[in-house]
Design a protein around this ligand. Sequence first.
Ligand SMILES: *[C@@H]1O[C@H](CO)[C@@H](O)[C@H](O)[C@H]1NC(C)=O
Ligand SMILES: *[C@@H]1O[C@H](CO)[C@@H](O)[C@H](O)[C@H]1NC(C)=O
Ligand SMILES: [Zn+2]
Length: 390
Amino acid sequence: MDFTCFWLGLLLPLAATLDFSYHHQEEMEAFLKTVAQNYSPITHLHSIGKSVRGRNLWVLVVGRFPKEHRIGIPEFKYVANMHGDETVGRELMLHLIEYLVTGDGKDPEITNLINNTRIHIMPSMNPDGFEAVKKPDCFYSNGRENYNEYDLNRNFPDAFEFNNATRQPETMAVMKWLKTESFVLSANLHGGALVASYPFDNGVPATGTLHSRSLTPDDDVFQYLAHTYASRNPNMKKGDQCKNKMNFPNGVTNGYSWYPLQGGMQDYNYVWAQCFEITLELSCCKYPREEKLPFFWNDNKASLIEYMKQVTVPGHSPYLTKVIIPEKSQTFSALKKDILLPFQGQLDSIQASNPPCPMIPLYKELPSHSAATKPSLFLFLVTFLHIFFK
Ligand SMILES: *[C@@H]1O[C@H](CO)[C@@H](O)[C@H](O)[C@H]1NC(C)=O
Ligand SMILES: *[C@@H]1O[C@H](CO)[C@@H](O)[C@H](O)[C@H]1NC(C)=O
Ligand SMILES: [Zn+2]
């Protein structure tokens, strides 16, 4: 009798109907591997590195061409559980994976999404933290940080001040990952509040801190993105569902207005990876009892799908252009370049009207030691692509 086959036989039906319970590292790995095996043409499972304790940081890619970038197919990502004790996002990601792979070829909306987007899903950026929490607790617990007791959402290089925190393996793995893929849209999933928060989390007077906020030059786009998510989540959009917490009009806030923080992941994505990332706080309770998980899936499913769809602007053609970086641009921390996406069939009429690059110093009050003004890094800042939504 072959025991390997016997065990596989047991695992398959279990993973095929994902239950609403918390999946620890081994169960999560088993689920991801089964999905990758059963849906191999549209999935690609890989680990982008290891946690302090040597656990794999798994990413499952879903797409028609899951193994590589194709021109015209944008890269999208969801990252959950970077605070190990904020657990709802982790389980939602597993359910989202199941929903995507089983909907392919059946549900036209999902099929379209899989055909036109390369979706990267990381259910846990902090597996050590998750395993360190002994039992569900609504408030802070030690599993927030990684094994070395670093808060990973304070661990990234910061555009506005020098972040001297020692870079952790989990953070370095994500930084490396962002260099290998050209992500354009992203969200990172948290818990402990109910709100969609958009960049910046840190700032300087030039970004609006004197008015208790810190806005990017793409603020209209970020507000639109945050509203896209919040407006489809019946409890988030009410803005006041967590007791003794802030009231967020329409369930949306600027990160800095809520509270400033240094070394956060969403600012890093925007400034260093040209990726629009927002932070989603999905549950008042950080680590709710697992009986609540079906409720959270119900509340977030439509938002998670609709948010991914924002990566393509329907009705527009791909548009390739050269960006010329003017001489002496080192004296500016950022340059702005607006690009009008042509509507299908109107490529010629649009080309001539694309505006030149105005030399606007966006963050001129930056202290001189800031990473954003270092010449070696300024290149990353010069092309803020401004996509016009109707
Ligand atoms: C998705 O792609 C598949 C395979 O290329 C194709 O057969 C199908 O018609 C496409 N579906 C949609 C909705 O675009
Ligand atoms: C990092 O900065 C903090 C606050 O400015 C300071 O207290 C600490 O000593 C610094 N640590 C290192 C390793 O430089
Ligand atoms: Zn968090």
